[in-house]
Design a protein around this ligand. Structure first.
Ligand SMILES: Nc1ncnc2c1ncn2[C@@H]1O[C@H](COP(=O)(O)OP(=O)(O)OP(=O)(O)O)[C@@H](O)[C@H]1O
Length: 328
């Protein structure tokens, strides 16, 4: 394990109990994130991205029936902490979440400054409300909201500004990393680009890491240092983003990239025929095999995580000869 890992996730499982069976939303997921770096988790809707983010932050619904693995933050296994200690010591203070649709979840009758300031008051990180509001003003500056917006109500702000408010709220406690779940999905393309610029600037200016959850490959390529590709509850490829966006390796990643529109390409956009498998009793072999045009006999067995040239992890039998098995 490299010395400067901020976060190491090993063999994470998160299963939900439902009337129809057990949903294996996160199934044996491992990755590591170096300090100051950012990663993007990409994959189709329903592949487990949000569940993975919530598993890391231990924000779990009631119907969880399996939740285990290791999650080392600054070398400490935070999975070992009691719920109370996790809430007091980790959530917000070390790791914060900007949930999906957070910009639409602001309380309409409370001024945005008070909503941004709430986490520092709740966690007693400041002595009084004045101090909390000063911190809110500083967070506003960081995300590029004029400070005179502090006294406004959410309905007085545009969608992009409300998303910045949500990001400011996650920054106010100075966490080591933030999980952003689809931070740009409801915004127009220009505003999406603005939000991505805000995140890129923050990464350069303050010592913070991001885990960006998205199904939008193109907006994520700008900010990510690392890319994790999720398919049917598992990470099938994990690599540095620059290499990934240049040349994805897993057949699923390749198809995913072919489906991204570019200005230069005049070919038809690619698509992946079929549907991802159900996460209730998923296939025992490679979960992508049914949709993969490169499948062969071995694909009926669960592929190990192979490490190939450049330290890239790819969970695919095609790399059996060129790769070594990944040991976290
Ligand atoms: N509390 C729950 N109970 C049962 N199943 C759940 C629960 N939460 C999520 N799931 C299921 O787990 C799987 C993964 O869901 P998740 O929301 O993590 O995927 P996602 O990749 O984030 O999707 P999207 O991009 O649409 O947000 C899906 O099949 C979803 O229906």
């Amino acid at each position: 394990m490299a010395q400067d890992n901020l976060l190491v996730v090993e063999n994470m499982h998160l299963y939900f109990k439902t009337r129809n069976g057990i949903v294996q939303a996160v199934d044996n997921v491992s990755f590591n994130l170096e300090r100051g770096k950012s990663m993007v988790i990409v994959g189709e809707s329903g592949c487990g991205k949000t569940s993975l983010g919530r598993a890391i932050l231990r924000l779990l619904p009631e119907n969880v029936c399996r939740y285990d693995g290791r999650c080392l933050l600054n070398g400490e296994d935070i999975m070992e902490l009691s719920d109370e200690d996790f809430r007091k010591m980790i959530r917000w203070k070390k790791a914060a979440l900007v949930p999906q649709s957070s910009m639409n979840s602001l309380n309409p009758v409370i001024k945005v400054s008070e909503q941004v300031a709430e986490p520092v008051l709740l966690h007693s990180l400041v002595d009084d409300k004045d101090e909390a509001l000063k911190r809110a003003a500083a967070a506003f500056k960081k995300v590029g909201i004029p400070v005179d917006f502090l006294g406004r109500y959410p309905f007085e702000l545009s969608g992009g500004m409300r998303q910045r408010v949500a990001i400011a709220t996650s920054l106010i406690t100075d966490p080591d990393f933030i999980v952003l779940d689809e931070p740009t999905s409801a915004l127009d393309v220009l505003t999406q680009a603005n939000i991505m610029n805000v995140l890129t600037r923050l990464k350069q200016q303050i010592d913070i890491s991001f885990i960006l959850i998205t199904h939008d490959v193109s907006t994520s390529s700008e900010i990510a240092d690392m890319a994790a590709i999720m398919y049917a509850g598992q990470i099938v490829e994990f690599t540095d983003a620059r290499t990934f966006f240049g040349k994805p390796l897993h057949p699923y990643s390749e198809r995913l990239m072919e489906s991204v529109p570019t200005l230069e390409a005049d070919d038809k956009l690619g698509y992946i025929p079929g549907q991802p498998p159900s996460l209730i009793n998923p296939p025992t072999g490679c979960r992508f095999a049914d949709r993969c045009n490169e499948r062969f006999e071995l694909c009926s067995q669960d592929p190990p995580e192979f490490v190939v040239e450049g330290g890239r992890m790819v969970k695919c039998w095609l790399y059996k000869e060129s790769g070594e098995r990944y040991v976290s």
